[in-house]
Write a protein that binds this ligand. Structure first.
Ligand code: FES
Length: 251
């Protein structure tokens, strides 16, 4: 602990992942020892280190308030939003900061989100409305039906779940927890017309059956979404649909 302006600051040792694929033969870590007051977030510390120690450190951020989803990174091995993670909540005074796994490094803590967005596109994350039957005004939804979607609407696409998923480390074509949660959100939507038949696209080891139910995505989500539960729910819907199809109860 150190005294500063009458406040008690805590001294932390930051070990920050560094890698510029255009220049560096391999990744390395830079170490900075800095003191910060209680309440300082990892993002605020990174900004201060960038300003006072090394302006070349690359990381993403925008809103600073857990809304934009751009500051996902590993802090002491856990995928978190840097802007909502206070240093005081970490165990000990060692702060290891690394990029999210399962994506290539662009530079330092910035990863290439392309595979994440491509997976997201595979689930067609938009309303599949009844196109031959357009209403004169908006498509109405009851408050009860809307509340069923609430937890999934909160997703900020930070990719913390994507980075935490051990299956994606082995099977890069796996659609992943964020995209499946979004698919579940639309399949729960009372206005969506895609129906169970749409799930056939994901009836494979790159879709609903890839997940090993390890639950890391649930731990990683900063918005308390439970992607594993949505994967299980869609598996049940798919099996019920296949069963009905087998006995010709549906077309
Ligand atoms: S800076 Fe927007 S979520 Fe962290």
């Amino acid at each position: 602990m150190s005294q500063k302006n009458g406040n008690t600051d805590t001294r932390y040792t930051f070990k920050i992942f560094r890698y510029n694929p255009d220049v560096d033969a391999q990744p390395y870590y830079d170490t900075f020892v800095k003191s910060y007051p209680r309440g300082t977030t990892v993002l605020e510390a990174l900004l201060n280190i960038q300003e006072t120690e090394d302006d070349g450190i690359a990381f993403r951020f925008s809103c600073r308030s857990a809304v934009c989803g751009s500051c996902g990174m590993l802090v002491n091995g856990a995928p978190v939003l840097a802007c909502r993670t206070q240093l005081a909540t970490l165990i000990g005074d060692q702060v290891l900061i690394e990029p999210l796994p399962n994506m290539d490094i662009v530079k330092d803590l910035v990863v290439d989100m392309k595979p994440f967005w491509e997976s997201y596109r595979r689930v067609e994350p938009w309303l599949h409305a009844d196109s031959g039957n357009e209403p004169e005004k908006e498509r109405l939804q009851s408050p009860d039906d809307l509340h069923k979607l609430d937890p999934y609407i909160n997703c900020i696409l930070c990719a913390c779940c994507y980075g935490s998923c051990p299956v994606l480390g082995m099977e890069e074509d796996y659609v992943g927890p964020a995209a499946i949660s979004k698919l579940f959100r639309f399949m729960q939507d009372s206005r969506d017309q895609r129906g169970e038949g749409f799930l056939a696209k994901f009836n494979n080891q790159r879709g609903l059956w890839a997940c090993h139910t390890i639950f890391r995505c649930i731990d990683a989500c900063p918005k308390d979404i439970r992607p594993t539960d949505t994967i299980e729910a869609l598996r049940r819907r798919l099996v019920a649909y296949r069963f009905k199809k087998f006995f010709r109860l549906v077309k």
